[in-house]
Design a protein around this ligand. Structure first.
Ligand code: NAD
Length: 240
């Protein structure tokens, strides 16, 4: 079987991670990178694949089965829609899009074209998450009445050097909490309603520093969650 021909749109930190994973797996092959900046150029040179300034020129010239969209969140929509229009499957990094309106357009386009979009919620593939889901869903713990969680980290100050990370689209709610909400839905079922408060009391930039929320699951269970990218944490996925 021929390897699946993949291309990366956005060759920054996570795009580089995808390129490394593709290089290690014989079922896939990296065939191009699209990125207008020096980071993308460096990745294309390193991986010895053609570089394109944008997704449109890449789709027009390369033969591609799927693209990985790992651009800043505010730039997820255009390459995703362009690929769907061209009949190319998409793995888009989380969060799916910067706004609900954009997400709706992508879901609609995927349904219309029959071309797949997968969002990069990799924690669904962790063995611990599968086990937790099994324990909860089989009723091993009894009926789920309430669940509480937290995601906290003290991100390095230089993490916020790029301008796009200062905006609300790159704040911890869309960047980090989105993983935890996805995992909660996977383990505990769909969320029926949610209310939340956010604050920006530490860093004087657009993105939020903390959020606290209360939710009701469709099962009737209740949940609370606290998130911050400006505090220390008693645990982290990276240590699990
Ligand atoms: N799944 C995860 O756990 C995880 C982890 C980190 C980041 N992410 C997501 O990945 C995305 C990228 O994050 P990052 O940390 O790699 O950012 P980054 O700033 O390191 O890289 C983004 C790259 O995209 C390029 N770019 C910008 N606009 C572009 C465009 N229109 N077309 C093509 N390339 C463009 C930039 O030049 C840069 O090289 C974000 O949406 C983020 O939420 C996911």
């Amino acid at each position: 079987m021929n390897p699946v021909r993949l291309a990366i749109v956005g060759g920054g930190i996570i795009g580089r991670g995808h390129a490394g994973a593709i290089a290690e797996d014989p079922v896939a092959e990296l065939v191009a990178v699209a990125d207008p900046a020096p980071t993308g150029k460096a990745l294309a040179e390193e991986m010895d694949v053609p570089l394109h300034a944008d997704v449109q020129s890449m789709l027009a010239t390369e033969t591609i089965d799927g693209i990985i969209v790992s651009t800043p969140t505010e730039h997820h929509c255009e390459p995703t829609l362009a690929a769907l229009q061209a009949g190319v499957h998409v793995l888009v990094e989380k969060p799916i899009m910067a706004t609900l309106e954009e997400a709706g357009r992508v879901v609609e386009k995927s349904a219309d074209t029959g071309i797949h979009v997968l969002v990069g919620h990799h924690r669904r593939y962790y063995p611990q998450v599968h086990k937790a889901r099994e324990i909860v869903q089989t009723g091993t713990l009894g009926t789920l009445v309430a669940v509480t969680g937290q995601w906290n980290a003290r991100k390095n100050d230089d993490y916020y050097d790029p301008d796009w990370r200062k905006k609300w689209e790159a704040g911890p709610v869309l960047t980090n909490l989105i993983h935890e909400i996805d995992t909660l839905r996977y383990i505990c079922g769909e969320v029926e309603s949610i209310s939340a408060e956010v604050s920006s009391s530490v860093m004087e930039i657009e993105k939020e520093d903390a959020a606290a929320m209360v939710m009701r699951f469709q099962s009737g269970a209740l949940g609370t969650f606290v998130l911050s990218d400006q505090t220390a944490s008693p645990w982290a996925w990276e240590f699990a």
